[in-house]
Design a protein around this ligand. Structure first.
Ligand SMILES: [Zn+2]
Length: 428
């Protein structure tokens, strides 16, 4: 596999001399995450060979299930080594760069976050670093670095947290727009389907970055948006941070959305959409997806739905996000064309992943979610495939989205594994 590192070259606002210096150090620190993640990929392959043994041993040794340990077989026995011990040699220079940046930055608050991120890499105090990152006064520069427990690919990772980093500079206009959406959307205080839900609306932060660097897991996944942390105990107490990435959106357009759009829609239909409509549509759909997560924090969902949880959870956020776009349309914050662009781009992404014959593990949730979406739209007649071309009835589509969103939230709030399994089987 290629190196898990993507360097973008966005047009940046004018930075002060100090900001420029700090940024340079952050980029250097971020880049060095990539070899660490490569090590982890090797480790995961090794783990998958002894999956049965790991499962068995985890019954008596809870550290095996920690997201932050490496598993090794010594004398026929499975032992655990904390990340910060196992990877100490690779982590030291990264932490040094962060500490150096912390010591020179003009922004004391940001410096404190950097200091805690550096410390966490060396001693495993990740929660402390995360909490500081959730609380600091928004600053023009942004870095997230370290292992993040994603809950995405439980089976193979054994819930191991992949190392990742991003470095970005705030897109001020985009951030303002996103925060306007946030106020409207979260202001609706959507009712929960069961009491199992955590509410954190008051503590949701949102920003849009121009990205300079994706490293490690981020470079593999190329997320357009992310909502962290995943640990609901921290989310409940300290809130969450939504981050959108402009350059990764452009990349997604180029690699996935546009080729699929050109292939699957008639030229007449395509004429109705400018490239810019689609670009904004996908970014806004992602924004609403991340906001929708705030309404879907059902505490027991992951436990109840097991391996089916990630796909259902992610699709539920996307569908609910599009449904909430309806209320933005009513408030005239978005146009009908925008809503259509959101739906079309997600449809393109879904069809793209369904056509891939070989998909690596984390992406499998996109495939599953995409198939559920496409097949339920085909069933309702909102989507028709005629001679290999997709034909969309937006009115029907919007009604079907409502229904699908309810079904998915039902599964998250009190669905059993059997129910989820039947549902997934029916639509894939
Ligand atoms: Zn999500």
């Amino acid at each position: 596999m290629d190196e898990p590192l993507i360097v973008f070259n966005p047009k940046l606002p004018r930075l002060s001399k100090n900001e420029g210096k700090v940024l340079k150090l952050l980029v250097e620190a971020g880049k060095s995450i990539s070899p660490l993640y490569l090590e982890q990929e090797k480790q995961i392959k090794k783990n998958s060979l002894i999956k049965e043994e790991i499962n068995k041993a985890s019954k008596t040794n809870a550290a095996i299930l920690s997201p932050y340990t490496v598993l090794e077989k010594i004398d026929g026995k499975i032992v655990t080594i904390p990340y910060h011990v196992k990877y100490a040699k690779l982590l030291r220079p990264i932490a040094d760069k962060l500490s150096e940046a912390a010591s020179i930055t003009d922004d004391k608050d940001f410096g404190k976050v950097l200091q805690l991120q550096a410390k966490a890499l060396l001693d495993g105090s990740y929660d402390k670093a995360t909490i500081a990152w959730l609380k600091f006064k928004p600053y023009i520069l942004d870095i997230q670095i370290g292992p993040v427990a994603y809950n995405l690919d439980d089976q193979i990772f054994h819930e191991k947290a992949p190392y990742q980093a991003w470095v970005g500079v705030m897109d001020t206009e985009g951030t303002k727009r996103l925060n306007n959406y946030k106020t409207i959307v979260l202001g609706t205080r959507r009712k929960a389907m069961s009491e199992d839900r955590i509410d954190n609306y008051e503590k949701v932060r949102a920003r849009v970055n121009d990205v300079i660097l994706f490293s490690g897991f981020m470079a593999r996944m190329k997320f357009v948006g992310i909502n962290l942390p995943m640990d609901l105990n921290i989310v409940e107490r300290y809130g969450s941070q939504i981050t959108l990435f402009n350059q990764s959106n452009d990349l997604r357009m180029k690699e996935i959305i546009l080729p699929t759009f050109n292939q699957l829609f008639s030229s007449e239909f395509r004429e109705g959409f400018e490239l810019e409509d689609l670009r904004r549509g996908y970014l806004r759909a992602t924004a609403l997806h991340e906001l929708a997560h705030s309404f879907l924090y059902y505490k027991h969902a992951s436990e109840n739905l097991k391996d089916l949880f990630p796909a259902i959870y992610e699709l539920a956020a996307t569908i609910l996000g599009m449904r909430m776009a309806g209320s933005l349309l009513l408030k005239e914050r978005i146009t009908e064309k925008m809503l259509e662009s959101m739906i079309i781009t997600f449809l393109c992404r879904s069809l793209y992943y369904m056509k891939q014959s070989k998909v690596n593990n984390p992406m499998i949730n996109y495939v599953l979610g995409g198939s559920i979406f496409v097949n339920s739209m085909l069933e309702s007649g909102a989507l028709n495939m005629i001679k290999g071309m997709a034909v969309v009835n937006f009115m029907k589509m919007f009604l079907s989205l409502h229904e699908l969103s309810d079904t998915l939230e039902h599964l998250l709030s009190f669905g059993t594994y059997i129910e989820a399994e039947n549902f997934v089987k029916k639509y894939t």
